[in-house]
Design a protein. Structure first.
Length: 317
């Protein structure tokens, strides 16, 4: 501000500058003051009944040029915070699940970069130091995530595409590529989102960094409220992800052979989910749903019927 005052004082005392020129400069300075500063990083945290954890999560965020956006997913125990001024709160009117809550955070974010943090997890590193290590050409960064089980056992995930955690993105890159969580599918939202990212995993603008940045805690309490499993959840997940794969194929982000491989992997995931939630009154519905979805893929020329038959025979055993 001192520099501006010096400039204005010089202009006002100069005989070669008229009054209207000084007024014009003052107006330009006022415009600059109104322009919202673009900060370096936005950390988005979906919140639901997490007062036992979230303060530790916030405490793990270290960056002088950062905003922390806590999206309260209509929690019965609302989030309140009176500490760090960089913490901003969005309170949703309805409970919508983690994915849509994260979208609300993305829409409000002002940072050049964005990342997601769950309310009961932590960052392992100083974010300021980490951000300085990111390659200049990178638009997205995959890092290592440590999964810590209740038993104390830990597993390191290396740039795992199936995880939302430990990934950093240029906010404009997400906007340009229309990458966000599903607005209609609130269950298995992480699978949907990560499948959106899948074509970019090997892209030049995406960097892999073998640095553990995130610790993902197994916790008995769910982060945001989700009803008990039922077939509507499975239905939603299948349909939403099917749309993702077709979008990639349509826009030539992935080829035919790669799409077949992806669908095979996805159906394998779906089978495991089905078996994990096994219930006699739901198995038939889910098997039929899975089969109908795969038949649509086959009709689109993305998977041949002999593969389908073998796959569903294995499912029914």
């Amino acid at each position: 501000m001192a520099d501006r005052e010096t400039i204005l004082r010089h202009l006002e005392t100069s005989v070669d500058v008229d009054e209207w020129a000084v007024i014009g400069v003052k107006e330009e300075f006022e415009k600059l003051d109104k322009i919202e500063k673009i900060m370096k990083l936005s950390v988005i945290i979906p919140y639901y009944n997490g007062n036992n954890y979230i303060y530790d999560a916030i405490g793990s965020c270290h960056h002088p040029d950062m905003e922390i956006i806590v999206v309260d997913d209509c929690s019965p125990d609302p989030f309140t915070y009176h500490g760090n001024k960089s913490v901003k709160t969005i309170r949703l009117n309805n409970n919508v699940g983690q994915g849509i809550a994260r979208n609300a955070g993305l829409d409000a974010a002002k940072g050049e970069w964005v990342t997601f943090l769950d309310q009961d997890d932590k960052f392992l590193i100083n974010l300021e130091t980490f951000m300085e290590l990111i390659p200049k050409q990178a638009q997205a960064v995959w890092t290592q995530c440590i999964w810590l089980e209740l038993s104390g056992k830990s597993t390191v995930y290396n740039e795992d595409l199936a995880l939302v955690h430990g990934k950093f993105y240029k906010r404009q890159w997400l906007i340009d590529n229309d990458i966000r969580f599903s607005d209609t599918c609130r269950w298995y939202e992480d699978i949907y989102y990560c499948n959106l990212l899948m074509p970019y995993l090997e892209a030049k603008e995406c960097a892999r960094m073998d640095i553990p940045t995130y610790i993902w805690y197994q916790n008995e309490q769910q982060q945001t409220f989700t009803d008990d499993y039922n077939y509507q959840h499975f239905d939603c997940m299948i349909k939403a992800n099917f749309e993702v794969f077709l979008r990639h194929y349509k826009h030539k982000l992935i080829g035919k052979d790669q799409t077949i491989k992806i669908m095979q992997n996805f159906m394998y995931q779906a089978k495991n989910m089905l078996l994990a939630h096994k219930a006699e009154d739901k198995d038939a519905y889910n098997l039929n749903l899975l089969e109908n979805t795969a038949q649509k893929v086959a009709k689109a020329g993305l998977w041949n019927y002999s593969q389908l038959d073998a796959f569903f025979e294995s499912l029914k055993k």
